[in-house]
Ligand binder design. Structure first.
Ligand code: NAD
Ligand code: USQ
Length: 404
């Protein structure tokens, strides 16, 4: 099966922008273990957001330099670490020239919807960091390495929740007797999600104008924390966000259940999204690298394995929690976001599976092991970070940083 065998990377040179983050760290180790030559590029700003807002990961994570050093000891494999900002052209062009990547995986953006909705400044920061960083990456490929394949993380949230099926990137439309295949309409729900829409448009243009090979991965919400490599040593452990700004739905519910906090369903809870296990994130990235896009093509894959509503997730965590002796309650919190709470949702996700992805589905065993993991670290949980801190309708807002 593609994406699982060790040492099938054959020395392919992969630059991982955002490789110190949640998805990026797991991916860097997965690829390094499998014989790809890996270079992490990261400005470590994610660690800084935690310092600014008084947040912390559930798991104690080692510094970027220490975790890369430890990986060398544990695996005998070297990961190159270049600390810098991709919005800084001098830094990025130098990183490209020295590493000479065959593929760039671009995770390096501000990825929280609530963070982007804190106030004007955070909205502007999110869009400038994300959109301008990606334009720099496009120029780096064009100017320095035009055969390099860009694998860019987008989001399922680019599509919003239309009342028709969601296709993978493009839709064929017949209008007034003429037919064309066009980018699927986008209706994102935050300034963060909109930054990904703008990236997609810029990449679509660059692929056509400069004949670059690009894959846009519209990823769903990721859950889980354990991957084979990140569990190989305490110093390799991945970050696990459970706070109301960076924590995502299922990861939050699991921590809430572990500490006896009611599960925080926003509004009616009929919001449905695509989800995937972090062990599938890393395999999807490997599959995309191993099967590059053609030059001039911006290919889009919908990267999720299952669709769940927020109420479904709450039900699953409640049932599995009770098997572990936890008495899990749910509360419906007034929705801090502007989003449909009951809607049609049916998104396609066959392209990655056609290329060999065999999903890890959200069975009882997975929820149990996530709950056990959260219970192991529950003394580190700060309950005041759980309640929603950012309201889409009110601006500016006060961010709860430990005084809630
Ligand atoms: P993360 O915040 O944990 O990691 C992002 C990393 O990028 C951080 O280490 C950060 O320091 C770095 N970074 C940000 N701006 C940078 C810049 N200008 N220069 C260099 N480095 C920079 O996020 P994540 O959860 O790992 O998500 C990774 C990517 O996947 C993001 O693009 C996100 O939008 C996308 N995604 C994530 C999820 C999810 O559920 N976590 C779901 C869908 C898509
Ligand atoms: N939600 C709750 N309760 C919570 C947290 C979230 O009901 O405690 C709801 C939200 O209102 C929303 C849904 O769960 O309807 C998903 O929210 P989320 O915070 O898990 O995910 P989201 O804000 O969409 O963002 C996350 C990542 C982002 C990625 C996106 C994929 O932070 O980087 O792009 O998932 S997707 O949702 O497919 O767009």
């Amino acid at each position: 099966v593609q994406g699982t065998a060790h040492n099938n990377g054959g020395g392919t040179r992969v630059m991982i922008i955002g490789g110190d983050g949640y998805c990026g760290w797991a991916t860097a180790l997965h690829l390094s273990a499998r014989g790809y030559a890996v270079c992490i590029v990261d400005n470590l700003v994610r660690r800084n957001y935690d310092l600014q807002l008084g947040l912390d990961t559930l798991t104690p994570i080692a510094s970027a330099h220490d975790r890369v050093r430890k990986w060398g000891e544990v695996s005998g494999k070297h990961i190159d670490l270049q600390v810098g900002d991709i919005c800084d052209w001098e830094f990025l062009s130098q990183a490209f020239t020295s590493f000479k990547p065959d593929a760039v995986v671009h995770f390096g953006e501000q990825r929280s919807a609530p963070y982007s909705m804190i106030d004007r400044q955070h909205a502007v920061y999110t869009q400038s960091n994300n959109v301008l960083g990606t334009i720099n990456v496009l120029y780096a490929i064009k100017e320095l390495n035009p055969d390099c394949h860009l694998v860019k993380l987008g989001t399922m949230g680019e599509y919003g929740t239309p009342n028709i099926d969601i296709e993978e990137g493009y839709i064929t439309i017949t209008h007034n007797g003429r037919t064309d295949t066009l980018p699927y309409p986008k209706q994102a729900g935050s300034f963060y999600h909109l930054s990904k829409v703008h990236d997609s448009h810029n990449m679509h243009f660059a692929a056509r104008a400069w004949k670059l090979p690009i894959t846009d991965l519209n990823q769903g919400v990721v859950y889980g924390v354990r991957t084979e490599e990140t569990m190989a040593d305490k110093a390799l452990i991945n970050r696990y966000d459970y706070d109301a700004i960076f924590g995502t739905a299922l990861n939050r519910f699991v921590v809430q259940a572990a500490v006896g906090h009611p599960l925080t369903v926003y509004g009616k809870g009929g919001q449905t999204r695509g989800f995937l296990d972090i062990r599938d994130t890393v395999r999807c990235i490997q599959i995309a690298i191993d099967n590059p896009a053609n030059k001039g093509e911006m290919r889009v894959f919908n990267q999720f394995t299952e669709m769940w509503s927020v109420n479904d997730l709450a039900r699953i965590v409640t049932t599995e929690g009770s098997k572990l002796g936890l008495n899990v309650k749910t509360i419906n919190i007034p929705n801090p976001r502007v989003e449909a709470e009951e809607h049609y949702y049916n998104a396609k996700n066959t392209k990655l599976q056609d290329l060999g992805l065999v999903p890890n589905l959200l069975g009882d065993a997975i929820v149990d092991s996530l709950l056990e993991f959260a219970i192991e670290y529950k003394d580190r949980v700060r309950p005041e970070l759980i309640k929603p801190a950012v309201d889409w309708r009110k601006s500016p807002v006060t961010v709860a940083t430990g005084t809630a």
